[in-house]
Design a protein around this ligand. Structure first.
Ligand code: PHB
Length: 405
């Protein structure tokens, strides 16, 4: 962290603490005891969600939240004997608001644990504040490679993936499919750029060529001119990352532009997750890599999907899995200390050595606190997702620059 950032974090702390003190009012002078310092198994664990509940990523935030709560409900609405309460704050997937929002959850709302976010830019700001404050944080989506590389910290875990991890296997898949060159198209922010890098890290050394790299401002969905250009370039394939509302629009526009079936479409699995059901026939033929598939035919995944659908009245997807597993990681950590979050070293050690039984299949946690997990190859066939196989077994992010690793 540079001096300027440190100053910013400290001034955010002052600002938020100032607000909190006013809000606490007379109680502050009397018996007010912040939840995060409460002792014993009786106080509720307060969990702060910093997730998008509006905008192009809104569905992602809701699935993470609902599946997290579902796991806690399966545990009798308790974690290691402690009741659980939630604060939900809309991140708006807006990096400039992330530092203040995180500080607010920690300092004003007195959350013991943070869960979120979805957006890589939000995650980097959130992680800085969480690291400074020492608050246990589980990143339940954002793939920013930095979080489990140079920014890694003892109190920060990820239940999801690194951006690199989600796409690195896909370059080899495409080469095996006989693809010789590709156009990449994604949003111009860390997640998009890092996912394209992961793809290139296997595609280029294997002899693949990049014809053109297209970057679009986040969260714009103005794809038309770019699709016209791709049609003219006639690459062997298109490789992409979009997610949520933007992914649905991209799939539909790709088909409407007449490219479906002509130029094979590949990408990070976020392109189709939670989206292909709405896209219908336009999604047919899309091949992606991801650490989860709806179609994994295991008792754990079947039960998870059934419970989620009957609770939420919509299908589960990778985001729901990551929320569910964030709660499971927290359970493992808290049970090691009978619910005492003050013994953070022990909580951290327990999560580090756990094998998490997940709907995606069991995974372990790397020394940099990122899942070590199988990456599946999936295809949408006749409106349904199929698992074609494991594209990379037990893939770990390189964790470059992480001092804990
Ligand atoms: C990210 O910004 O890290 C991100 C967002 C949405 C996804 C995946 C990654 O589906």
């Amino acid at each position: 962290m540079n001096d300027k950032t440190l100053l910013n974090v400290k001034s955010t702390r002052r600002q938020v603490l100032g607000g909190a003190a006013v809000a606490a009012g007379v109680a502050a002078a009397g018996t007010f005891v912040p939840t995060r310092f409460a002792i014993g198994a009786q106080a509720n664990v307060k969990i702060g969600f910093l997730l998008p509940y509006s905008g192009t990523y809104a569905a992602l935030g809701h699935n993470i939240t609902d599946a997290f709560k579902m796991r806690v409900a399966e545990l009798g609405n308790k974690l290691a004997g402690r009741g659980v309460e939630y604060v939900m704050l809309d991140s708006e997937a807006a990096p400039p608001k992330a530092k203040d929002n995180t500080a607010r959850l920690i300092l004003k709302d007195k959350c013991d644990v943070l869960v979120g976010p979805v957006h890589s830019g939000v995650a980097m700001a959130m992680a800085q504040v969480a690291r400074d404050e020492g608050t246990l944080t589980i990143v339940a989506n954002a793939g920013a490679d930095n979080i489990t590389r140079e920014m890694c910290a003892p109190n920060i875990f990820r239940s999801s993936f690194s951006n690199w991890q989600s796409t690195y296997p896909c370059g080899s898949v495409m080469l095996k499919d006989g693809i010789k060159d590709a156009v990449t198209i994604t949003w111009n922010y860390p997640a998009g750029k890092q996912m394209m890098q992961g793809f290139k890290d296997s595609f280029l050394p294997g002899g693949g060529k990049i014809v053109k790299e297209i970057l679009i401002d986040f969260p714009s969905v103005e794809f038309q001119a770019h699709l016209t250009e791709i049609a003219a370039l006639k690459p062997g394939a298109v490789f992409t990352f979009f997610a949520g509302g933007g992914a649905l629009k991209f799939i539909n526009d790709y088909a409407a532009a007449g490219l479906q079936g002509k130029i094979p479409l590949y990408g990070a699995g976020f392109l189709t997750d939670g989206v292909y059901q709405k896209a219908g026939a336009a999604a047919n033929g899309i091949k992606t890599t991801l650490h989860y598939s709806d179609a994994l035919d295991t008792p754990k995944n079947r039960a998870f999907r059934q419970n989620f659908e009957s609770n939420a009245k919509r299908p589960a997807d990778v985001y729901a899995v990551q929320g569910y597993d964030a709660a499971e990681m927290l359970r493992v950590g808290l049970e090691a200390t009978k619910g005492d979050l003050g013994a953070q070293d022990k909580v951290v050690a327990a999560i580090e050595k756990a094998t998490i039984e997940s709907p995606r299949g069991n995974f372990t946690i790397s020394k940099a606190h990122n899942p070590v997990q199988d990456i599946y190859l999936r295809e949408i066939v006749n409106g349904e997702e199929k698992v074609l196989g494991v594209a990379h077994k037990a893939l770990a992010d390189p964790a470059t620059g992480c001092k804990m690793a």
